[in-house]
Design a binder for this molecule. Structure first.
Ligand SMILES: Nc1ncnc2c1ncn2[C@@H]1O[C@H](COP(=O)(O)OP(=O)(O)OP(=O)(O)O)[C@@H](O)[C@H]1O
Ligand SMILES: [Mg+2]
Length: 254
């Protein structure tokens, strides 16, 4: 396996003077090709801030990032980066234009990244997430359920066949069976397309279900990193132990 992404001592502070929030503190980690890695931590631990830095959506206070060996700390060509590094977010509604049909939204986001993707790819990506073109393409966002909107966002990211997919609470609006389904889709895509997945969740049960490796964040710090088995069965940090104690079934599964 070779390294696809690395973050070195990434730090993000918001605000000034008395109101400074250190959302992410000197976080280092790397991702290997074809790996599914989850970042887990409670609300406010800095997961989304870290994800937005990885995606080049938020200026970095200090630290360094590389993608495929290239320095991407301060992106010069965002469109090129986003053809390789795609995101799925928690709240898909806010990223939709209400007056565009799904078809137009999908084509538009491809055009913005100058990506040349055929019609089959679009249909195929919808199929991956359990939707069909005729079901959704001519509908407007408000005519869809939250779960459908979230699945469209996932399909949109998949159309580009990214090398790295960052999924931030991407399954939060899905019911339990659909959630497992999407988690399986993500791991299948890793197998079929060699994609690397950075999956972000506050739910350590989901984290361990999909991941090869788990990174644990508390208050902006990365307090533990390890293979999923190590983290589940031999958690080193008290915070990880506490997260795991909330999932009794998972812990007893040994
Ligand atoms: N734009 C901002 N301005 C000021 N503070 C911010 C900003 N964005 C995030 N924060 C703060 O940074 C900290 C981390 O927030 P972040 O959204 O990264 O957490 P999270 O782990 O994703 O939480 P959740 O599980 O609720 O999504 C929080 O204290 C938050 O209030
Ligand atoms: Mg978040």
């Amino acid at each position: 396996m070779s390294e696809i992404f690395a973050a070195k001592e990434l730090t993000k502070t918001f605000g000034h003077g008395k109101h400074v929030v250190e959302a992410v503190k000197q976080v280092s980690f790397s991702l290997q090709e074809r790996e599914v890695v989850t970042i887990v931590g409670e609300s406010g631990s800095g997961k989304s801030t870290l994800a937005r830095m990885v995606l080049g959506l938020l200026p970095i206070t200090s630290g360094q990032m590389t993608f495929q060996g290239q320095d991407v700390t301060h992106l010069k060509d965002r469109a090129a980066y986003w053809r390789d590094v795609q995101a799925v977010f928690q709240d898909p509604f806010s990223s939709f234009n209400q007056f565009f049909t799904v078809r137009r939204l999908l084509h538009r986001s491809l055009r913005l990244l100058h990506a040349d993707v055929g019609r089959e790819r679009l249909e195929e990506s919808l199929q991956y997430v359990g939707l069909t073109g005729p079901d959704v393409l001519d509908r407007y966002p408000h005519q869809l359920s939250g779960g459908q909107r979230q699945r469209i966002m996932i399909a949109r990211a998949l159309m580009l066949r990214p090398k790295l997919l960052v999924a931030d609470e991407a399954t939060s609006m899905l019911d339990a069976s659909l959630r497992v389904n999407i988690l399986n889709v993500l791991t299948d895509l890793r197998d079929e397309l060699g994609m690397t997945v950075l999956f972000i969740t506050h739910d350590i049960g989901q984290a361990c279900y999909v991941a090869d490796r788990v990174l644990v964040m508390e208050n902006g710090l990365m307090v533990e990193q390890g293979s999923t088995d190590d983290v589940i069965f031999n958690p080193q940090h008290e915070y990880t132990q506490r997260l795991l104690s909330d999932v009794p079934k998972l812990h007893q599964a040994s």
